[in-house]
Design a protein around this ligand. Structure first.
Ligand code: FAS
Ligand code: PHB
Length: 401
């Protein structure tokens, strides 16, 4: 027996993009059902992003989930960059007329959104299998899926593909209707989470002869560190002691003196890639977040780009239902991509500047040192880093659209 259900918007994926979209639509009185492949616990167990741009903070407030974020999140007015063993601070507030970022883990954002959805009694089908999207080139798209031994058919007006890089939605678009751009980097990030006090009160990005390192945090008692590692490395080959030893070798003595080590709560290796899908709309199906694009995490853009896709998409769907206008829907893809490509460019540039490339004959390192020396001693150069890091305004260069 197949259960036939109906909603206005079918959201595939209960990551931050899907959950945020569901929350914004709910607050506008629009029905949405979320279909998620794994359990909620599994989604929460993935340790990912750590830095929120102001645009994302504003959106989470609009979604009604800003209270704990403001209570527990850490507002940062700057971050540091290290090369040649010397640290330089990028004063975000001074360089961007007061803008800041917030350190508040993606896990917490997801937790807050899940709690809000549950409190509102909104439908989310976790551990769904055989999820398929149908007829999105018509005005009657459908989603079919199974949950346990039950089969479901979800009729809807729109499908939001918030199902990440490995999801089913982008994969369901006919090859001739989609163009994909990709660059894979010759290294990955080995991340470690530990209940130790952060080595510094702000984030520290390091370009060392042994490779990139990042000293980040989740709270004043929980740290997040990353090391650039070869793509051939496996996480099981890295003991905690080996991780801490290698991190020390990439830091200067003064920073090492403040490093508190401890047992890892989580360790994982993430590959780095730049990836963009064009367009992001296919009839009545829209891609948002990692389903449409991936950035190397160096610029802390992944989660923030997902949030701004969702802002454009929720505005377009609300406009459709409340004003019977398709203007927002028709401009969704172009508006998102204009912002996405600028964040892709910054993430690629920052990754290229701060990582050591295996084929580097030595001249690339000299170019990096020269560029860093210029940027960090130039107001224009530091301003460019700062305004991209805090996130370009939503309407940046949109006026010509
Ligand atoms: P997500 O991938 O978070 O969520 C997609 C959801 O769809 C998942 O829950 C998945 O289970 C579900 N799904 C997939 N296929 C499905 C199907 N067929 N049916 C139903 N559901 C399906 N960004 C940063 O800014 N900083 C970082 O340090 C950082 N580190 C990262 C590390 C890793 C390993 C990864 C993969 C990403 C990282 N990112 C980072 C990027 C990350 O934060 C993403 O930008 C963010 O999760 C995007 O959110 P979503 O678009 O919701 O995609
Ligand atoms: C993190 O804390 O996970 C983090 C912070 C900044 C980045 C990437 C990851 O650029």
């Amino acid at each position: 027996m197949t259960h036939s259900i109906r909603t206005q918007v079918a959201i595939i994926g209960a990551g931050p993009a899907g959950l945020l979209l569901g929350q914004l639509l709910h607050r506008a009185g629009i029905d949405a059902v979320i279909v998620e492949r794994v359990s909620g616990e599994y989604v929460l167990g993935r340790i990912r992003a750590g830095v929120l741009e102001q645009v994302t903070i504003d959106l989470l407030e609009e979604a009604g989930v800003g209270e704990r974020m403001h209570r527990e999140g850490l507002v940062h007015g700057g971050f540091e960059m290290m090369y040649g063993g010397l640290r330089h601070r990028i004063d975000l507030q001074a360089l961007t007329a007061g803008k800041k970022v917030m350190v508040y883990g993606q896990t917490e954002v997801t937790h807050d959104l899940m709690n809000a959805r549950r409190a509102a009694g909104l439908p989310t089908y976790y551990e769904a299998t055989d999820v398929q999207v149908h007829d999105f080139d018509t005005t009657h798209p459908r989603v079919t899926f199974k949950q346990g031994d039950q089969s479901f058919e979800l009729a809807c007006d729109f499908i939001a593909g918030c199902d990440g890089f490995h999801g089913v939605c982008r994969a369901s678009v006919p090859p001739g209707a989609i163009r994909e751009f990709e660059k894979v980097y010759p290294f990955g990030w080995l991340g470690l989470l530990a209940d130790t006090p952060p080595v510094h009160d702000e984030l520290l990005y390091v370009n060392s002869p042994r490779g990139f390192a990042l000293c980040s945090q989740r709270s004043k008692t929980r740290s997040r560190y990353y090391l650039q590692v070869p793509l051939t490395d496996r996480v099981q080959d890295w003991t905690d002691d080996a991780f801490w030893q290698e991190l020390r070798l990439r830091l200067d003595d003064a920073t090492c003196a403040g490093l508190v080590t401890g047992p890892s709560l989580e360790k994982s290796i993430a590959p780095l890639r730049s990836f963009v899908t064009e367009p992001m709309r296919f009839g009545r199906m829209f891609l948002a977040g990692d389903a449409a694009h991936i950035v190397p995490p160096t610029g802390a853009k992944g989660l923030n780009l997902a949030a701004t896709d969702v802002k454009y998409l929720s505005n377009a769907l609300i406009e459709f239902y409340q004003e019977h206008s398709e203007a927002g829907i028709d401009s969704y893809s172009a508006r998102c991509l204009r912002r996405i490509w600028k964040a892709e460019r910054f993430s690629w540039w920052f990754t290229t500047l701060m990582h050591r490339f295996p084929e580097d004959s030595g001249i690339t390192a000299r170019f990096q040192e020269a560029e860093l020396d210029y940027l960090l001693h130039s107001h224009a150069g530091s301003t460019s880093i700062a305004e991209n890091y805090v996130g370009l305004p939503l309407d940046f260069a949109e006026r010509s659209l």
